[in-house]
Design a protein around this ligand. Structure first.
Ligand SMILES: [Mg+2]
Length: 361
């Protein structure tokens, strides 16, 4: 398809694009990534109707094929505020922080309990045998990213509140222990902090309550309801150019969809290149990296290809990423396979962005 992105960036020369500079002029994905990684990202993009036109100082208007994901990349790069800057000398102005298995450990048993609840929901709601329910859950996860997303996409009349009250409302929240050190660490971070979770708001509140973390310590929350206002009878905010008939928009927006990240970046209002994204999902991390975010994989000893950092628990954050507090990077102090590693490579492939989440739920 062709999408229209008429960029207005004559004062922002294209950054060097080393070995593939010749191909960058014909590939909007690479152009977008160039812009995202430019020393000064473009301040605005004007988007209207088809087809795509990109103006840049090295050429006349160029007609380029562009998917909706490409267009959203450009929109993300031009997040309107980009005004907040960290008061300390830090490479980050904002942190996008996942909730489940990130702010609390992945071995609490919440994940298996969630999958059991989903299976029981499918049994109770659709009269499936238990083994069929488990197979359907796995199948919907692979095909649509989550059970709820699959059910809705297939036309089943399941309201998110009904689903979430069943599968989240019966979770054993008492397995989530209070974490005063986490609360203190979050309070001490000088950046904007956005909680960015696929879970619903009620679950988010209960998990934070168990952790002893005040929701008010976050500057914003992006959760299931935030990403899917259309499922609750609300109108989604849309940028010019992000039309309601966006054919690539999934029926249910969740990480790692580029639409989810665009929502989060709008709430963050910061430069993606100075935004650190923390998540336990390698697929989510890959999607964030493709959008130009700095990335930290939580719950793993070793980083994935797209992770700039890896840390076993969020409790090790201050040691793993001292740059958050203006400290020196841990480079040189750590060896491969330790808790913290840095990845200098930049992902230049976007195809993995819109893929199912790994939570198998
Ligand atoms: Mg998670």
């Amino acid at each position: 398809m062709y999408a229209c992105v008429r960029t207005q960036i004559p004062c922002h020369p294209l950054p060097p694009f080393s070995s593939s500079s010749s191909s960058s002029s014909s590939c909007p994905r690479l152009l977008a990534l160039c812009y995202l990684n430019a020393p000064t990202p473009p301040s605005s993009f004007a988007c209207s109707s088809l087809p795509l036109q990109i103006n840049h100082p090295d050429s006349e208007e160029t007609l380029l094929p562009c998917s909706t994901a490409d267009r959203l990349l450009l929109l993300a790069a031009s997040s309107p505020a980009m005004a907040f800057q960290s008061p300390v000398s830090s490479p980050f102005d904002c942190l996008l922080i996942d909730l489940d298995d990130t702010l609390y450990p992945g071995n609490t048993g919440i994940g298996p309990a969630l999958r059991r609840n989903i299976d029981e929901f499918l049994v109770a709601r659709f009269g499936l045998a238990a083994d069929k329910a488990a197979a359907l859950r796995a199948d919907l996860f692979r095909s649509h990213g989550s059970t709820l997303a699959g059910l809705i996409a297939l036309g089943h009349d399941v309201h998110p509140d009904e689903y979430h009250s069943y599968v989240h409302g019966r979770l054993p929240y008492d397995v989530i222990a209070a974490d005063p050190q986490l609360a203190a660490a979050l309070q001490s971070m000088p950046q904007r902090k956005i909680l960015f979770t696929n879970s619903d708001r009620a679950h988010m509140k209960r998990a934070l309550e168990r952790l002893g973390v005040d929701e008010a310590c976050f500057d914003g929350v992006v959760c299931f309801e935030t990403m899917n206002p259309h499922l609750f009878g609300e109108e989604a905010e849309e940028d010019e150019g992000e039309a309601a008939d966006d054919v690539d928009r999934p029926a249910v927006v969740l990480k790692p969809s580029v639409h989810a990240f665009v929502t989060a970046l709008r709430v963050a209002g910061t430069n993606p290149r100075r935004t650190l994204f923390l998540d336990d999902s390698e697929r989510n991390i890959a999607a964030g990296k493709a959008l130009g975010l700095r990335t930290a994989l939580v719950g793993k000893r070793a980083r994935s290809k797209e992770a700039d950092y890896a840390l076993e628990t969020v409790g090790g954050l201050r040691r793993a990423i001292p740059e958050i507090w203006g400290g020196a990077a841990a480079d040189g102090e750590l060896q491969p396979d330790h808790n913290v590693e840095k990845n200098k490579s930049m992902r230049a492939e976007l195809d993995a962005v819109i893929q199912p989440t790994p939570i198998q739920a």
